[in-house]
Design a protein around this ligand. Sequence first.
Ligand code: SF4
Ligand code: SF4
Length: 384
Amino acid sequence: MAQGQKVDFGFGCMRLPVLQADQPDSFDYDKIGQLFDAFLAKGFTYFDTAYTYHGYHGEEAMRKALVERHPRQNFQLATKMPLRDFKDAEDLESIFNEQLAHCGVEYFDYYLLHNMGTNVYAKCKKYDAFGFVAQKKAEGKIRQVGMSFHDMPELLDEILCEYGGMLDFIQLQINYMDWEQPNVQSRRCLEIARKYGKSVTVMEPCKGGTLVNLPPEAEALLRETRPLASNASWALRFAASQEGVTRVLSGMNSMEQLEDNTNTFLRFEPITPEEQETIVRVKEIIEKNTPIPCTGCAYCTHGCPKDIAIPQYFALYNNISRTTGSFSSQNVYYNNISLKHGKASDCIGCGQCEKACPQHLPIRQYLQDVAKKFETGAAFPTRK
Ligand code: SF4
Ligand code: SF4
């Protein structure tokens, strides 16, 4: 990317502030309103939500915190068709109309086919989901059509070859951990989007917070190179520095994060070759410290017959891997969460979660590791 090129920054609304961590729809509207207002006041306008976010309540939050509080022309709203949930062509229509009502808008500025991958592509072809969004665009109910993609570059090539003409943009997971990661392959996907001349919006630039909460050794390396720059700013700059990227999304939960993220884009500096070398070393340290590369998106939990708290357990597992000693507070968290949800060992191996995981993680295998770590005598100490 050339020096000075403008990359837009969008507010990702997958993880908005809530009042109770285990209730995804307990929105903290005061806080969300303040964050949205501050974002707009800084000159940014793009908000990204989806039908499925916050336990299927995310779009309502956008209506209350954004649409009902700001003139329509002052913001751009993006939402997504849940490709896993729609059953047939009629369903596409009814879900789309529901979304307009949830959001309280007449049209969407950006509308995406959500989480495109092998598991839903055949269904999209069968029920002509691409034709459906093209029709809505022709009716003026969608301004720009896109898809968020979480699969292999070969499939992206196939889809763009067949339906690229109907898509204005592609949303890709791009961050420095996944750049060459075999399950994601950010770099190759971006190259394919470029081959078809599609502009790219980046999702998960901080990999669900993994690139914000770094192991101390990795953080020290970043500080050595740029003493005042936050960990998040490195991740955002990496994503925004790639050729073909026109927008980067990031979720923000505090005013401090919002200030830091927006300043990164207002005074944008592309990653230099020396910084790129630092990033390679940081990545190696993170890999050593993060056994399960889960982003915490929670797509896997919907439909789990045992209601297993998969992302929470994986986060605890990653945290405990960074601690030493026989006991950790992660055990206490595990015990508390498993009182309300299925335990890792309750998994019946149905595989439903793995079909939904955008990172293509072997969730069942990882749950066995989690169970070994947290459900042994050492993790569940009993009174003697
Ligand atoms: S494989 Fe296990 S964790 Fe996954 S959906 Fe089935 S029961 Fe739940
Ligand atoms: S296991 Fe996969 S689907 Fe589940 S939260 Fe992690 S990344 Fe998301």
